[in-house]
Design a protein around this ligand. Structure first.
Ligand code: SF4
Ligand code: SF4
Length: 429
C-alpha cells in the first residue's frame, strides 16, 4: 500500500521553554558505564572484549553481526567488568558491557579522519559504517545503509524539525555545532552523489533560521527551508510532502531524497574531522516530573538514574520515565536504563490518571492519523483478535506517533491499542 498523507498533523503543546534557553549541564561520567548491545531493536552483536580487559576511549567493544554492521566504541578508559543484563530503552532487559571507568580518559584512535575532498563516495560510506554513525534522532538506524544501495538521489534533507514536545537537544546541537552540521551535509551530498542538501527547520525558530541562513550564504549547495510547526512534521513522509508535495511508497529515495537528522550530520562531521565516534551526547531531560529540566552533556552508557540525581531528583512519587519524547517514546518501568549513541531525550512526567470514558465515535483519531490509518477500527479489531482485519487495516504502517491518543476526547489510549495490535501481528508471523 502506498501510505497517503495529507493534512493529518497537529500543533501540539511544545513545552520547549523548559530547556531551550538553559545552560547545558555536564553530567559527571560515573564509575560504571553500561554499553547496551542494542541498535534499534536489534541485540545481535559479536563482543570483542572480555572481563578484565583494559580498554581506552574509542576501543571497539562489539559489532552488530547481521547484515547491518554497527560497531560500538568505549566512551571511557578502564577495565571491562563483564556483561550484564539490565533494562533497556526498548522495554526489555538486554546485555550490556560493563566498564569500570578509571577516570583517566586515556584515548586511542580506532579509525583515521577523512577529508571530504580526498574521499570517494564509497570511502565515505565505508567510513560512516566503521565509525558507527547512526540516526541520532532516536531511531539509531545505521546511516551508511541509507546511502549504500541507492542511485539517483537529488536532495539530502537535514531534518532539524524536532517536532516532539519537550525535546530541544537538536536545536541546541544546531546552534552550537552549525559549521559541523553544514560539513556533515556536504559529506552526505558526496556520499549520495546528490545535487544539494536542504536543512528543514520549524518556521517558528526565527533566530536560528537567521543564523543558519547567514552560515550557508557562502556554501555551495546547502540551503535552509522553514516548515510548518506541526506534529509529526519530523516524520519523513510528512516532511517530504510538506516540502515538495511528493509521496513515496516504501523509501524516500524513490523520489530522490535521503533524510538525515541534523545531529547525525554533526556526528558524521565530527567523526570525519576528529576521528571521534559517538561516545558523548547532548540529551534533553525534561518534563514536570524532574526538578531541574535541562539539556545535559552526558557520556554514552550513563544510567538515567545518575542524570536524575544530578538534576535534583523527581518532583513527586508517581512518575513516568519515558525513553524519548512523550509522543513516540517508550515508558520504562524504572530509571536504570542507559543513554545510547542515539538517545536524544528522556521525558519525565508526573503520572496523571487517564480516567477514560467510552469512545464517542467522533473520528478525530482517524482524521489526525498521519499514516492514513483508522486507529479506532484497529482498536476494535485488536479487542476481537481479528488478525485478518488488522492486516486489511494496514496496522503495521502505524509509526506509533501517539497522535490518536493525543486528540482523543475520551482520553482513550488509542495508540497503545494499535501497539498491541502490531504485537498480535508480529506473533502471528
Ligand atoms: S499512533 Fe499510529 S494509528 Fe495512531 S495516529 Fe500515529 S500512526 Fe496513526
Ligand atoms: S478519537 Fe477517541 S472518541 Fe473519537 S473515535 Fe477515536 S477513539 Fe473514539
Amino acid at each position: 500500500m502506498s501510505i497517503w498523507i495529507g493534512p493529518m498533523q497537529k500543533h501540539v503543546d511544545g513545552h520547549k521553554d523548559l530547556t531551550n534557553y538553559n545552560e547545558i549541564v555536564t553530567i559527571e561520567t560515573p564509575k560504571l558505564v553500561y554499553i547496551p548491545l542494542l541498535n534499534g531493536m536489534n541485540t545481535s552483536f559479536d563482543v570483542l572484549v572480555k572481563e578484565g580487559d583494559q580498554v581506552f576511549v574509542n576501543t571497539k567493544l562489539a559489532v552488530r553481526n547481521d547484515k547491518m554492521t554497527v560497531p560500538l566504541y568505549s566512551p571511557v578508559s578502564g577495565v571491562v567488568k563483564g556483561v550484564q543484563k539490565i533494562m533497556s530503552g526498548i522495554l526489555r532487559p538486554v546485555d550490556h558491557i560493563v566498564i569500570e571507568n578509571d577516570g583517566k580518559n586515556e584515548t586511542i584512535q580506532s579509525f583515521a579522519p577523512l577529508s571530504i575532498e580526498d574521499a570517494s563516495r564509497e570511502d565515505l560510506i565505508d567510513f560512516a559504517m566503521n565509525a558507527g554513525i547512526v540516526g541520532c534522532g532516536g531511531a539509531g538506524f545505521p546511516t551508511y545503509i541509507k546511502y549504500k544501495y541507492v542511485q539517483a538521489v537529488d536532495t539530502i534533507i537535514i531534518n532539524g524539525v524536532e517536532c516532539e514536545p519537550y525535546i530541544t537537544a537538536d536545536y541546541r546541537m544546531m546552534e552550537n555545532y552549525m559549521a559541523d552540521m553544514i560539513y556533515g551535509a556536504q559529506a552526505m551530498i558526496k556520499m549520495a552523489g546528490a545535487k544539494e542538501a536542504v536543512i528543514a527547520i520549524k518556521s517558528t525558530k526565527k533566530a536560528l533560521i537567521a543564523k543558519l541562513n547567514e552560515a550557508v550564504a557562502t556554501v555551495e549547495n546547502v540551503t535552509v527551508k522553514p516548515v510548518k510547526d506541526a506534529y509529526p512534521m519530523g516524520w519523513e513522509r510528512t516532511l517530504i510532502y510538506n516540502m515538495y508535495k511528493k509521496r513515496y511508497d516504501k523509501l524516500p529515495c524513490e523520489e530522490g531524497f535521503i533524510v538525515n537528522n541534523a545531529t547525525t550530520a554533526i556526528a558524521f562531521a565530527q567523526a570525519l574531522k576528529e576521528a571521534k565516534p559517538i561516545t558523548q551526547k547532548i540529551v534533553t531531560v525534561s518534563g514536570d516530573g524532574i526538578a531541574k529540566p535541562a539539556n545535559v552533556s552526558v557520556t554514552v552508557g550513563t544510567k538515567v538514574s545518575e542524570i536524575v540525581a544530578a538534576l535534583g531528583g523527581y518532583t513527586g512519587e508517581e512518575i513516568s520515565c519515558i525513553a524519548g519524547g512523550p509522543m513516540m517514546g517508550k515508558t520504562i518501568t524504572n530509571d536504570q536504563f542507559v543513554i545510547t549513541s542515539y538517545t536524544n531525550a528522556v521525558t519525565i512526567l508526573k503520572t496523571q490518571p487517564l480516567d477514560p470514558i467510552a469512545c464517542l465515535r467522533c473520528g478525530k483519531c482517524n482524521d489526525h492519523c498521519p499514516a492514513g490509518l483508522l486507529p479506532v477500527r484497529i482498536n476494535e479489531a485488536e479487542k476481537g483478535k481479528n488478525t485478518d482485519l488488522l492486516v486489511k487495516l494496514h496496522t503495521n504502517d502505524c509509526i506509533e506517533c501517539g497522535l490518536c491518543s493525543y486528540v482523543c476526547p475520551s482520553r482513550l489510549d488509542v495508540t497503545e491499542g494499535v501497539r498491541r495490535a502490531k504485537r498480535i501481528l508480529a506473533l502471528k508471523k
